[in-house]
Design a protein around this ligand. Sequence first.
Ligand code: HEM
Length: 536
Amino acid sequence: MQPPDLQQLNPILAVGFLAFILVRWRFHRSRLSLPPGPKPLPVIGNMHQLARTSYQWLQLQRWSAAYGPVMHLRVAGRPLVVLSTHAAAWDLLARRGARYSDRPRLVVAVELATRNLHGAMRPYDAAYRQTRKLQAPLLGPPAADRYRPVQELESRQLLVDLLGEYEREGETGQDFSPLVERTTGSIIYALLYGYRLKSGDDQALRDAHVVQDNFSRAAKTGAYLVDLFPVLNHLPRALAPWKAEADALFRIEADLHTANFQKGLASPGWNFTKQFSASCEASGVPTFQTAWSVGDTSLAGLDTSSIALEWFVVACVAHGKRFVAKAQQVLDEVVGRDRLPTFEDRPRLAYIDAVVQETLRWRLVSPGGIPHLTKQEDTYMGFRIPAGSVVLPNYWAITRDASVFGADPDSFVPERWLDADDSGSGGGITTPLKNLPQTGFGFGRRSCPGRHVALNGLFVVVAQLLWAFEIEAAPGKEVDDTDWVDGVLVKPKHFKAVFRPRGPWVRDVLSSQQRDGEDDLVALLDRVAVGSGGKS
Ligand code: HEM
């Protein structure tokens, strides 16, 4: 049917016709059904099914096999839409990012305890967008590349620490996690605040962990009734004990960020705090908020990279036969045994980047994904996505999609990231990685802004660890690669591993390259300043 020419109709008829079209369109939309999903019970929805399971992402993946890539559940009275393929997550969270970049409300953990300043979970508003804009020049690829000397410095320190532990403990196995935590934490603190960490037990890390643990506890589903019924927040303080609790959490976090911010401003040499605060000052952002933004960026970068490295160690211990010998052959050919691998070698170490990407895909730091929220109704694949839906990309299911990542997605296979012609070569592998979707860093406007810094850090640490050590399970201790500690971030259960130097050249190279870290740091940071045009 041809639509009538509106200019030829009188105005009343034209308005009537438009109203008819609008009503028909709305009627059609509301007739669209919700995406399929497990049957909810009245009132509690699907809560009982989710509460029964520890590793929710596994249960959601099983359901997606039955219900498809877009599922609907009801949790705490709200629609939950779970996306289980890369295509669905990309279509909604990236392509329609303007509608899908908000976060679900967390009254206690975010609104009260961080006054909506929490980096990852704060609402998608003008203040959030301004922070991302100011962060971009400090976290984008050119800036990330300028930080590489600091990452090389800390990676070399990790090798020295592991070698020292091996010489003390021998074949009984090293407690490597604190050493890895020191490394990734020190990279963050050196860049953001201009000082290094001495151990994995450093006070700075302990203080940060207190804040992270407080947040995890407060954000847990069901921790506070007010998160299920936000209207309760209108109660006076005497009837709302969570308000005083949240104030205490706010003070602890504010004190941490403010103290670190002052330290950053007082440290010698360039650092992120100095450059970021200069740009915030120019944009009229209050100092307190600037301190919080830097502090929050540091919290987001701390455990994520160390957990990824712990999973890399699990891969070496449990599945090393699949890739370690090949990686070491490549390293021996490209780097040799007279020096450590560096970023200069990266164009010829595609296999190492493939190992990093496979680690991030195989064992995600946050397998369950980070929830988004849409405030507007939408339609997708013929289904209705109601306004107010929490939209969860299930990273675990997304990365197990054989049609995207190739056969046997549960196995650790770095070759899936390389072109077939190149993966058999024993020499320096120079082909760029295949254009597979990057995994583990999220989607769209809320995706991780620190990923360039993280990927550089993981590359150099993984290359240097494989160059220096044979990594094995401690004698008599099997490592189960599904021994998870549940949470938003999911790390392997604590275990010891043997880091045996591959030969005497490891000690020789490390001794000949040993320098005074503190002096180095200021010199290295000042080189960052020169590259960024910033002042120290
Ligand atoms: C292996 C390391 C890392 C992983 C796996 C990781 C992963 C993630 C994920 C999944 C998100 C949420 C994305 C979404 O909702 O779509 C995120 C957000 C974020 N990450 Fe990372 N991250 C890592 C390292 C870092 C580093 C090193 C920094 C900072 C230097 C950082 C800073 C942030 C910030 C500030 C956010 C909040 C973004 C927002 O909501 O707008 N991350 N990260």
